[in-house]
Write a protein that binds this ligand. Structure first.
Ligand code: SF4
Ligand code: SF4
Length: 209
């Protein structure tokens, strides 16, 4: 099981720059999505920011389903400056991969819970690290795409674009660099990685039960 928790209102407001398209995934049985809180926050956001459309769907982690769900909204998406996704880390990465030339941001952090983890065939992975870095890394997860899970990569060991640990794997941090370059967002690499916060009240409550 996973839990998604909304990022702070200030953070989400700061991400909603220019025309903003929002995608919500009300998810699957394996992911708790804070649907009511997201709805309330997006209502408030619509009063102060230029939210062009809010689409709520499910299973955006499945690339074929995502393409189908977004197909009829592509004009609005092309016109948007920013896309904010409210889902688990897998859903956000799948949207960022599909909308490769868009600035796709995460409105949520993803935390682990014990239990069934789902069977959807996935192209990307989320380690449910509790503080999602996708907003700094062009929608590519540094925890799962880098063999050392570096949040301040790269390590310097890559050769010809391949990881020094797993020579079959493209270096995640080279992918992140290229993606940010394409989005004209290399400046985001100047962020300072913070001490990670894994704690979540709901997770603690479940452990105690
Ligand atoms: S940074 Fe990666 S592991 Fe952490 S929540 Fe985001 S997608 Fe998941
Ligand atoms: S070569 Fe790249 S993917 Fe491999 S450990 Fe170093 S930074 Fe991470």
């Amino acid at each position: 099981m996973l839990i998604t928790q909304l990022k702070s209102k200030e953070t989400i407001e700061s991400l909603a720059k220019g025309k903003t398209f929002i995608v919500n995934c009300h998810g699957c049985k394996e992911v708790y999505f804070a649907e009511h809180e997201a709805e309330e926050l997006q209502k408030e956001l619509s009063e102060t920011n230029d939210i062009t459309q809010i689409v709520t769907t499910d299973y955006i982690c499945h690339p074929d389903n995502l393409a189908l769900q977004l197909k009829k909204h592509m004009d609005k998406i092309k016109d948007a400056d920013t896309v904010i996704v409210f889902s688990c880390g897998v859903g956000i990465q799948t949207v960022a991969k599909y909308l490769d030339d868009k600035r796709v941001y995460s409105g949520c952090d993803t935390f682990p819970l014990p239990g069934f983890q789902g069977v959807t065939p996935l192209q990307v992975d989320c380690a449910q690290c509790g503080e999602c870095y996708l907003n700094y890394t062009g929608g590519i997860c540094p925890i799962t795409s880098c063999s050392k899970s570096l949040v301040n990569g790269q390590c310097g060991g890559a050769k010809d674009g391949m990881c020094e640990v797993d020579k079959e794997m493209e270096c995640g941090w080279e992918r992140i660099y290229r993606k940010l370059e394409k989005l004209n967002k290399l400046d985001t690499l100047k962020y300072e990685p913070k001490v990670r916060n894994y704690w979540h009240p709901d997770a603690e409550q479940t452990d105690a039960e």
